[in-house]
Design a protein around this ligand. Structure first.
Ligand SMILES: Nc1ncnc2c1ncn2[C@@H]1O[C@H](COP(=O)(O)OP(=O)(O)OP(=O)(O)O)[C@@H](O)[C@H]1O
Ligand SMILES: [Mg+2]
Length: 268
């Protein structure tokens, strides 16, 4: 992220506490417009919770989250367009409502706005399904009748329903076989440039991480211990990072280790 980049998300001194347990202690992170920032960290390190914090679904114990320059608890602005309408989310679990058809799942965020008539909703839903390569013949199917890869695509169509500027992807390729995973990654890449998206993604899948990330942030010890390019991060001497990257060095031929870079990316 260069100095001139517009900051889209700014997290400062964030603490999250569940009962007696602190999940985050002093998390600091900035996301710039147009970038794909990937959040990595061990299972239970608080990645999904951090996304939920950014989305305003979880309360901060201390610290602040700003999106588009506004503090998180004032997301409904005076112009009536809430910041929520500028964000889309692909959740890690329960990607679709099982009792609704493909069409109705994607239509849901559009209907909730109460500004579109049914004809407009139909056009918008079909356009979004087309964007994620789901043919119209699947529109009236129930989620149970879809393959895993199709469910992810439909969930992505729903996340994109309101033409968000900011997209959150929690484990977008988990459970997909390598081929489906690669095609999903390609889809995200092309949608990103088509829609000028800023993306915050969580993934433990190294292929997805390499293919999409502009920068990587590492969540460990209740905070973001490092943020930088894949090249910078992958060579840090931290147990989680060493373990995470140990089997994939050969896939990163294009990345060259720079001896001094890591110190500059470690957070204070
Ligand atoms: N609502 C909640 N109440 C209490 N504890 C919670 C709550 N939500 C999450 N946690 C705990 O917070 C910790 C972080 O959970 P989170 O789901 O954010 O981890 P994660 O990094 O996304 O893990 P994974 O890689 O397995 O998805 C876990 O120990 C989890 O049990
Ligand atoms: Mg998670």
């Amino acid at each position: 992220m260069t100095k001139s980049t517009e900051v889209v998300i700014e997290i400062k001194g964030l603490h999250t506490r569940f009962g007696k347990h602190f999940i985050h202690k002093d998390v600091n992170l900035m996301v710039g417009r147009g970038e794909i920032l990937t959040l990595v960290g061990g299972s239970g390190s608080g990645k999904t919770t951090l996304l939920r914090q950014i989305l305003g679904l979880e309360k901060a114990y201390l610290g602040s989250v700003k999106i588009f320059g506004e503090v998180r608890n004032s997301y409904v602005n005076t112009r009536g367009k809430t910041i929520y309408n500028r964000m889309g989310v692909l959740f890690q679990q329960g990607a679709l409502f099982s009792s609704l058809t493909v069409f109705d799942n994607v239509a849901l965020p559009l209907r909730e706005l109460h500004i579109f008539d049914e004809n407009t909703i139909r056009d918008l839903v079909m356009m979004k399904l087309n964007m994620v390569a789901i043919g119209p013949e699947h529109a009236n199917k129930m989620p149970a009748a879809l393959s895993g890869g199709m469910i992810k695509r439909v969930a992505l169509a729903r996340a994109l329903a309101l033409d968000p500027e900011l997209l959150f992807l929690d484990e977008p390729t988990a459970g997909l076989d390598p081929e489906l995973s690669e095609s999903f990654v390609n889809l995200i890449r092309s949608l990103r440039s088509e829609m000028n998206l800023t993306i915050v993604m969580v993934t433990h899948d190294v292929e997805t991480l390499i293919a999409l990330s502009d920068r990587v942030a590492v969540l460990a010890e209740q905070r973001v211990i490092a943020v930088g390019t894949l090249n910078e991060i992958s060579h840090l001497d931290h147990p989680f990072i060493v373990n995470f990257f140990k089997n994939i060095r050969h896939k990163m031929d294009s990345y060259h280790y720079s001896e001094q870079s890591w110190k500059t990316v470690l957070m204070p």
